[in-house]
Design a protein around this ligand. Structure first.
Ligand code: FAD
Ligand code: EPU
Length: 338
């Protein structure tokens, strides 16, 4: 096993932020992880697990052992008339896995096309887009306990999935290395095209017969038109969550702001569009040095090149304070601040 020292994490995070890891290693099997757990460097340091680095902001050098998850493999573990259970190793690139499923006409993940990162991180915040979250097709995951080395299986209810939430962000934070995720996919998919601009995009594509490949392509087209490509401009997607508020808060706001963008939830609360709140606070395209609020999607903070993690974090605090002052709403950061 190779553990390197003093490694730049700039190529390993989509913000393109410079940060030096004290130690860095790559794991590509469960045996490898178990071996690592016995290593003196592991015992003497805290650790940070890294997938694609597309949902983290590195605000300092990492005085820890960074463990890059590189476990590979996609396996069908059960196949019935209607469903197929596919186990995907944590280091597989999420979008490539989605494309693999679409190629085989296994439905359920098509609305989640083009989300950056690795499969192992997908349960961390129950990734979601265009009306679908992974909890909708999640079956189980396997993870290794970082102290005992025990392999544990988590069912859907064990994970306590919520909007951008799971037990792995709270109760079990840093306690497990997720090694694989199994999804229950459909051979006769039902199509989710109600959300956002999917229908219009499908019309524009002249799709006569609906299929998961066309939905995936529609999602890819919409995402590419508004979200900045991290290869061109550093970012981690939505920096904040869309806040959930009580109906009374929504109604009060609506009285003052007639064009407020909000969505009713099943529990009677409302979800506000944080991008709208930020834009209406006058911050769309706002920039402090190389840290900016994206010009097309105000929910995304970007690194124009030379921003530090602290620069982006300070900008995010300015956004939080400005939105709070104008609307009385406290935005919560969605990105993992390290
Ligand atoms: P990382 O950033 O590497 O890690 C995220 C967190 O998970 C860290 O705390 C890390 O320690 C932990 N972690 C990673 N892997 C493991 C593992 N194997 N075991 C245990 N802990 C682990 N997200 C959405 O939900 N919906 C979107 O539509 C969306 N769009 C995006 C668009 C862009 C342009 C970008 C840049 C990001 C977007 N994201 C979106 C956020 C991000 O892509 C997802 O959160 C993704 O799942 C992160 O995967 P990752 O491998 O990069 O995780
Ligand atoms: N809006 C504005 N100004 C902006 C941005 C958005 O007014 O600058 C308003 C618009 O009215 C728009 C509404 O906000 O209709 C919603 O915007 P959009 O459809 O772009 O989605 P979002 O709420 O900003 C969420 C997720 C995304 C996900 C998309 C599509 C969160 C925090 N973000 O963004 O996830 O891809 O919906 O489902 O829930 C991510 O988590 O990183 C991410 C990109």
């Amino acid at each position: 096993m190779t553990i390197n020292s003093h490694i730049s994490l700039k190529p390993y995070n989509t913000f393109g932020i410079e940060s030096i890891a004290k130690h860095f290693t790559t794991v590509d099997s469960i045996e490898h992880i178990k071996e690592l757990l016995q290593h003196p460097i592991y015992h003497n340091h805290e650790h940070l697990i890294l997938g694609g680095g597309s949902n983290m902001l590195l605000t300092k050098n990492i005085d820890a052992l960074v463990i890059k998850n590189n476990l590979k493999g996609i396996e069908i573990i059960n196949d019935s008339t209607d469903n197929v259970f596919v186990k995907c190793a944590a280091g597989e690139i999420w979008h490539e896995f989605v494309m693999w499923c679409i190629d085989k006409n296994y439905g359920g993940l098509e609305n989640l096309s083009l989300i950056p990162g690795c499969t192992g991180a997908s349960p961390m915040q129950n990734i979601g887009a265009y009306g679908v979250e992974i909890k909708d097709t999640f079956y189980e995951l396997e993870a290794i306990h970082t102290l005992t080395g025990e392999v544990k299986t988590f069912s859907k209810s064990d994970c306590a999935f919520g909007y951008r939430e799971s037990v792995f962000k709270h109760q079990f934070k840093n306690q497990f290395i997720i090694t694989s995720v199994t999804f229950k996919l459909s051979k006769n998919p039902t199509f989710n095209i109600e959300y956002g601009a999917i229908k219009q995009e499908l019309d524009a594509m002249n799709i006569n017969e609906l299929n998961i490949k066309a939905i995936s392509q529609a999602v890819i087209n919409i995402r590419s038109s508004k979200l900045p490509n991290p290869k061109e401009i550093g970012n981690a997607g939505s920096f904040f969550k869309n806040p959930e508020v009580y109906a009374t808060t929504y109604e009060n706001l609506k009285t003052s702001f007639h064009n407020l963008v909000a969505y009713p939830l099943e529990n009677g609360h409302y979800k506000l569009a944080a991008g709208w709140l930020i834009e209406q606070s006058g911050l769309k395209g706002y920039r402090i040095g190389d840290a900016g609020v994206h010009k097309l999607q105000a929910l995304v903070l970007v690194n124009y090149g030379g921003a530090t993690g602290a620069d982006i974090y300070n900008l995010s605090s300015h956004v939080v304070n400005t939105v709070k002052e104008k609307f009385g709403i406290a935005l919560e950061r969605e990105v993992n601040i390290i």
